[in-house]
Design a binder for this molecule. Structure first.
Ligand code: IMP
Length: 427
């Protein structure tokens, strides 16, 4: 019953694709359990590079069944364009399964996302503008549209009416926009129904049966721990639960079924969008991390904010996810620094604090307390085992492991698929 959860331990963009590559052909099901097309990861197969936003990475392995769970929000037009793009390149996408309970990102959810951000001005969240937050808001307000609603026109019309009643008041009276017509929305949504139909399934049943049959199921989190709606840097977060518990609710699998929780941890820290980030660098080092690490968003093309490794955050990720392992990525990006600062604690109002403060105001005031570790200058991209790494790189990894509270079971030492050191197998 190997059920693994793979999730970002920081603010997303830790390089999950690497871990999926490592698991390779041994996975039977890859499941997305939250988020939508706000995620983005690049997967390299042979000499082909694929940028995926909504589809689980398993879509590229012929032997694997990719699943979009009930906790995901789906923009059908984005789904189809991603599927078309893959089909044009000869990828068979027919095994995809989508939960009938997954919510649909409607055109009005995208409109509301954009106008709300504009309205917030300098207080904006810095969302990806894909309608994610408003779609989850509709879900919680019980006026969401689910995939299964596309197969009952009368129910769909009633639900769109209910959703638009309040929104049109808001759009016309507060945001000074035109009202959205129910009929047009229903027509657009119905146009997706036939093409979606073959993929729609009772994914909860499928996944639980697969686990009973001892299949390997990989739950792939989008975004990262600090962007979690409950456990992240609220309100500068996404609107779902990328943390490990989200895999249970977002896929309908009980916590007793999860055998391993792997946190993807970048050897330094990045974040996109607004919100606090204690180790953020505004100097040449930050610029160098961005340049060498290629820190630009796959989904939005925005430059990522960059900073040194933050062990307080890593410890927090271990705790809230119950991490069993870390996959440390992008260690090669740090090659060439003589000294590498690592944040080991924070100073808040003159006091040293070892753990992430629960108070948002305290976190905003947190100043990093750094320890400096000696760097290395040797190229590490061809290292195949831990002992191939220069002593200082080994010590850097060991120090991070000790501070972060879970074993580092794999290390990414270069962008290539095989540029990974495996220490403990994930299966
Ligand atoms: P939303 O998910 O579009 O609502 O955006 C909310 C916050 O999450 C913003 O700060 C986004 O930049 C951030 N975010 C959303 N998806 C990702 C991701 O895949 N990687 C990193 N940040 C993300």
């Amino acid at each position: 019953m190997p059920a693994l959860v793979l999730l970002g331990a920081q603010w997303g963009d830790e390089g999950k694709g690497k871990a999926t590559d490592l698991l390779g052909g041994s996975v039977d099901y890859v499941v997305r359990y939250q988020g939508g097309n706000n995620a983005g990861h690049t997967v390299v197969v042979g000499d082909q590079k694929y940028a995926l936003h909504l589809l689980p990475s398993g879509i590229l392995s012929p032997e694997c069944t990719p699943v979009i769970g009930n906790g995901v929000v789906v923009d059908p037009s984005v789904l189809f364009s991603e599927l078309n793009g893959l089909n044009e390149r000869g990828v068979d996408t027919s095994k995809l399964l989508i939960s009938g309970n997954a919510h649909i990102i409607t055109p009005y959810n995208v409109t509301v996302d954009k106008v709300t951000e504009r309205f917030l001005g300098k207080r904006k969240i810095g969302t990806t503008g894909r309608g994610i937050g408003p779609t989850y808001a509709d879900k919680i307000n019980r006026v969401g549209i689910r995939i299964q609603d596309l197969y009952d026109e009368s129910i769909l019309t009633q639900k769109v009416e209910a959703a638009l009643d309040g929104k049109n008041q808001l759009l016309t009276k507060v945001f000074n926009r035109r009202a959205i017509e129910v009929g047009k929305v229903v027509e657009e949504l119905l146009s997706y129904a036939d093409r979606l139909k073959p993929y729609v399934a009772d994914t909860v049943l499928v996944l639980n049966r697969a686990l009973e049959d001892d299949k390997v199921v990989l739950f792939e989190g989008g975004q990262g721990t600090l962007l979690d709606i409950d456990h992240g840097t609220y309100p500068f977060v996404t609107s779902s639960n990328p943390t490990a518990g989200g895999a249970c609710t977002g896929a309908g699998v009980g916590p007793t079924k999860i055998s391993r929780v792997i946190g993807i941890l970048k050897a330094y820290t990045t974040r996109v969008g607004s919100g606090p980030f204690p180790t953020e660098l505004f100097d040449e080092d930050g610029e160098a991390l961005r340049r060498i690490g290629g820190e630009r968003g796959v989904t939005t093309g925005r430059d990522r904010r960059c900073g040194w490794f933050d062990a307080v955050i890593a410890r927090y990720a271990t705790r809230v996810n119950g991490l069993t392992d870390f996959f440390l990525t992008k260690l090669d990006v740090l090659t060439g620094w003589e000294q590498i600062p690592v944040c080991v604690a924070y100073e808040i109002d003159g006091k040293r604090v070892e753990e992430l403060p629960y108070s948002q105001s305290d976190f905003h005031h947190a100043k990093p307390v750094y320890e400096t570790l000696p760097g290395w200058s040797e190229d590490i991209t061809s290292a195949k085992s831990f002992s191939d790494l220069p002593k200082n790189a080994q010590n850097y990894v060991k120090a991070l492991e000790e501070m972060s509270g879970a074993p580092i079971s794999a290390i990414g030492v270069g962008p290539g698929r095989d540029e990974t050191i495996e220490i403990n197998s994930f299966l």
